[in-house]
Design a protein around this ligand. Structure first.
Ligand SMILES: CC(C)(COP(=O)(O)OP(=O)(O)OC[C@H]1O[C@@H](n2cnc3c(N)ncnc32)[C@H](O)[C@@H]1OP(=O)(O)O)[C@@H](O)C(=O)NCCC(=O)NCCS
Length: 237
């Protein structure tokens, strides 16, 4: 499955009114279709336009990247944002947000193409850990297919557009470039590693075999669970 050839994914650089209208149309269609993406119905044109203008100002300040999916006719049918983590202790992290595909263009691979482009964009900027949350089961399947890991669900996190609480599910994906998995843990630029339970993993030496494995830090002591071995051992802080 791939994005139709007639649809192009590109980064929005200097937005025109036409693009703001197109993005507003996609947002309004998704919200009217029941997507919990920050807005309630009825969603007015002035609200969607104000939202996109503020997003694009933020992109101009270098805080995020806005990608869009555009048909050959110029019609915008989808979008996604990569928002750089602002804190100085998270130079390797970004959020993926507002992945939206117009209902008339769904199930053609555009969502998958937008997500792939967002990941590529993040990795190009040396962001190697991506986080997102979603209330959509359609989106969940897409994230899992592209290797994202499910962390858990927060019940009653937000409202559906027409009212009523909805839960959100948090995902992360670690992006890898080349042989980064084997880099030393405390070196700058090293990728943070997580196990399937979302726990941070450190490279450690197995006492039994003297070989290095990835392990998890759990509990009040540094307990390294060695992957691939049944046994574990603890070291006091
Ligand atoms: C989630 C969302 C972005 C997915 O967009 P999309 O363009 O439909 O995504 P894709 O086309 O890549 O994949 C959707 C499905 O179509 C299928 N598909 C993709 N290309 C296809 C093709 N050529 N023929 C048939 N099926 C296809 C995929 O396998 C997938 O199947 P699944 O639903 O059984 O898992 C879209 O549903 C959406 O905008 N939802 C509302 C907004 C929202 O909630 N966004 C999430 C915020 S985090």
């Amino acid at each position: 499955m791939s994005c139709p050839n007639s649809v192009q994914i590109r980064r929005l650089e200097t937005p025109s009114n036409r693009e703001i209208e197109g993005l507003s149309d996609v947002l309004r269609d998704c919200v009217e279709g029941g997507a919990s993406v920050g807005f309630m119905v009825p969603l007015t044109g002035s609200k969607t336009e104000a939202y996109w203008r503020s997003v694009l100002e933020s992109a101009t300040r270098g805080e995020r990247v806005v990608l869009l999916a555009e048909e050959a006719t110029g019609a915008i049918v989808g979008t996604v944002q990569v928002i750089w983590a602002q804190f100085e202790n998270q130079p390797h992290r970004a959020d993926v947000a507002k992945m939206l595909v117009h209902r008339r263009a769904r199930r053609q691979g555009i969502g998958a193409a937008l997500l792939a482009a967002a990941e590529h964009c993040a990795l190009s900027a040396d962001r190697t850990l991506l986080v997102l949350d979603t209330a959509s089961s359609d989106a969940e399947r897409l994230y899992v297919r592209r290797g994202w890991q499910r962390v858990g669900t927060v019940p009653g996190y937000a409202l559906w557009p027409a009212g009523g609480f909805c839960s959100t599910t948090i995902f992360f994906k670690e992006l890898r470039r080349g042989p980064s998995r084997t880099a030393a843990p405390d070196q700058p630029g090293n990728l943070p590693q997580f196990d399937n339970g979302g726990r941070p993993m450190r490279r450690i030496k197995s006492r039994k075999r003297g070989e290095e494995r990835r392990g998890s830090i759990t509990g009040s002591t540094w307990r390294y669970r060695i992957q691939g071995l049944r046994s574990s051992y603890a070291r006091s802080r």
